[in-house]
Design a protein around this ligand. Structure first.
Ligand SMILES: Nc1nc2c(ncn2[C@@H]2O[C@H](COP(=O)(O)OP(=O)(O)OP(=O)(O)O)[C@@H](O)[C@H]2O)c(=O)[nH]1
Ligand SMILES: [Mg+2]
Length: 215
């Protein structure tokens, strides 16, 4: 069995992947989650608190937290950081006026200790609009190249048409899985368990990335 398959199996049994979706209000967070869930995307109201959705994707169970992005609500984002495996940061690619605010909010998030282990996927949403700036431009405006603390990727997408939504989630999950695999490799290198096969080591120790005390 491939190692990623093993991790997926363990994840299914022991822990679901937790994904936090943040970004300024009106960036399209709720719309893109509804699109992924096959729901109607034309009657969506601003999120005033948060919504949790559960998805099955590539045999993994995702708990996705969609938190309202209005300015008055951003102070509450920190209440959702704990145990986050992946952060999806959504940008309205047509909202050049607020791009600097978006950059500032993202930079604040990247300083958060509780998000340090999370993979970052930036979604440059609303690429279907004629006024949308390109993914490359948004990468520069948000200064993503300066990020050294997180694995990151930016993808241009459209919550309306579905462009690139699934493939970007694929990347996020692969990155989360492979990062956990790397951490678990480190554990096994640090504390080899004699007589145990890779599978046994992985199943016992990997996903929480904590050594099992006393073994
Ligand atoms: N053209 C276009 N409009 C979109 C797209 N995604 C979202 N919208 C529109 O953008 C507006 C805001 O979408 P929401 O999904 O409510 O945005 P949000 O980020 O959840 O906003 P908050 O809940 O307030 O944080 C709605 O009018 C959507 O129809 C897209 O890909 N293309
Ligand atoms: Mg919303």
């Amino acid at each position: 069995m491939g190692l990623l398959k093993i991790i997926r199996k363990i994840k299914q049994k022991e822990k679901e992947i937790r994904v936090l979706v943040l970004g300024l209000d009106n960036s399209g967070k709720t719309t893109l989650l509804k699109k992924l869930n096959g729901e109607d995307v034309l009657s969506i109201s601003p999120t005033l608190g948060f919504t949790i959705s559960t998805f099955e994707h590539n045999n993994l169970k995702l708990n996705v937290w969609d938190v309202g992005g209005q300015k008055s609500l951003r102070a509450f984002w920190r209440n959702y950081f704990e145990s986050t495996d992946g952060l999806i940061y959504v940008v309205d690619s047509s909202d050049t006026f607020r791009m600097n605010d978006s950059k500032q909010e993202l930079q604040n998030l990247l300083k958060e200790e509780r998000l340090l282990g999370a993979t970052l996927l930036v979604l440059a949403n609303k690429q279907d609009l004629s006024g949308a700036v390109s993914c490359e431009t948004i990468k520069d405006l948000l200064q993503l190249d300066s990020i050294k603390t997180h694995h990151w990727k930016i993808v241009g997408c459209s919550a309306y048409t579905g462009l690139n939504l699934l493939s970007s989630i694929d990347w996020l999950l692969e990155d989360i899985s492979s990062r956990q695999l790397r951490i678990c490799c480190n554990w096994t290198q640090l504390r080899p368990i004699t007589g145990k096969s890779w599978d046994a080591v992985l199943i016992r120790d990997s996903i929480s990335c904590r050594p099992s005390i006393g073994s």
